[in-house]
Design a protein around this ligand. Structure first.
Ligand SMILES: NC(=O)C1=CN([C@@H]2O[C@H](COP(=O)(O)OP(=O)(O)OC[C@H]3O[C@@H](n4cnc5c(N)ncnc54)[C@H](O)[C@@H]3O)[C@@H](O)[C@H]2O)C=CC1
Ligand SMILES: O=C([O-])CC(=O)C(=O)O
Length: 311
């Protein structure tokens, strides 16, 4: 199995490292436009193999996509991260151009690859990759839900003083402040979370989750990478190992949840064909209203992208 990661910055290099040390693929190719950066980081990860004991070969490339040929999965992390005071949507113009040219190159050399987009604004960059690649919706998806649920689960584990391993949760919607955490589908060792925590505390955790990316941007002056890189690697693993894992993933909805032609995070089964199935939950009126608000926001930004592409 061969996985390419485009963008050897904070998220891309972390993702490549996780893919390598967990031996998720035989070969990981790291690509960046900046001369030498991908080669250097790939070499550094390869030199860690004798210490951390793994066989995955890591190869770097400065914009030479011939090295990526025949990839099974391609993770796109290239693009600007936001700085304090910016929203993810502020990145649209620069990152759309980057995602477009990267996707064109990826598809030329790996027409069978499944594409996982990480660049922001996530839902709309996934739409851009879909437009450029012309691949079916099962093969172009975005990573956000695993990260957003991980933040929610980590905050809950801290508040309840339990292992994060035992917290299961679903979160839907766009990757932004309109995301929709679902307490009704959150359990701790199988126990509904609402039986273990007061409503005001849970509400505060939900609010912190929604702005979880921004919290880190404020602290570091740039956005997060350890959890995002690991989350993208987990999606790639589910695909190359055909694990049929159930994750929230950004995918094009075509009527599911009563929503058409919109990229949003929903629970799916992830396996060797990419999106094997979209799981449709029976949402209550309040949850549906929150999801529709999120849809409206993502649709607005998709319209901005359409205008940029028609210039
Ligand atoms: N979906 C999500 O949940 C998350 C998304 N992100 C997004 O991921 C993206 C990357 O973030 P970081 O790694 O922190 O940024 P970074 O600045 O550390 O790395 C980005 C890399 O992309 C490279 N690049 C730019 N144009 C390129 C091109 N045309 N071809 C190849 N490489 C190119 C840059 O040279 C740089 O090395 C950002 O857009 C950020 O907002 C970050 C965290 C979570
Ligand atoms: O906040 C950002 O800009 C990066 C991101 O998407 C996240 O960490 O959730």
């Amino acid at each position: 199995m061969k996985i390419t990661v485009v963008g050897a910055g904070n998220v891309g290099a972390t993702c490549a490292d996780v893919l390598a040390y967990r031996e998720i693929a035989n070969e990981v190719v790291l690509v960046d436009i900046k001369e030498g950066v991908a080669e250097g980081k790939a070499l550094d990860i390869w030199q860690k193999a004798p210490i951390n004991l793994y066989d995955t070969r890591t190869v770097g490339s400065t914009n030479d996509y011939s090295k990526t040929a025949g990839s099974d999965v391609v993770v796109i992390t290239s693009g600007l991260p936001r700085k304090p005071g910016m929203t993810r949507d502020d990145l649209i113009e620069t990152n759309a151009g980057i995602v477009k040219s990267v996707t064109d190159n990826v598809v030329k050399h790996s027409p069978e690859a499944i594409i996982i987009v990480v660049s922001n604004p996530l839902d709309v960059m996934t739409y851009q990759a879909h437009l450029s690649s012309k691949l079916p919706r099962t093969k172009v998806m975005g990573m956000a839900g695993i990260l957003d649920t991980a933040r929610y689960r980590a905050f809950l584990a801290e508040a309840l003083n339990v292992s994060p391993k035992d917290i299961q949760a679903v979160l839907m919607g766009g990757h932004g402040d309109t995301m929709v955490p679902l307490p009704r589908y959150t359990t701790v060792g199988g126990i509904p979370v609402t039986e273990l925590i007061e409503k005001d505390k849970l509400d505060a955790i939900i609010e912190r989750t929604k702005t979880g990316g921004g919290e880190l941007v404020k602290l570091m002056g740039t956005s997060a990478w350890y959890a995002p890189g690991s989350a993208a690697a987990q999606m790639a693993e589910a695909i190359v190992k055909d694990q049929r894992r159930v994750f929230p993933v950004c995918v094009k909805l075509e009527g599911e949840y009563g929503i058409d032609n919109c990229y949003l995070g929903v629970p799916v089964i992830l396996g060797k064909n990419g999106i094997e199935k979209i799981i449709e939950l029976d949402l209550n009126d309040e949850e549906k209203a929150l999801l529709n608000t999120s849809r409206d926001h993502v649709k607005e930004v998709m319209d901005v992208l359409d205008k940029l592409n028609s210039k």
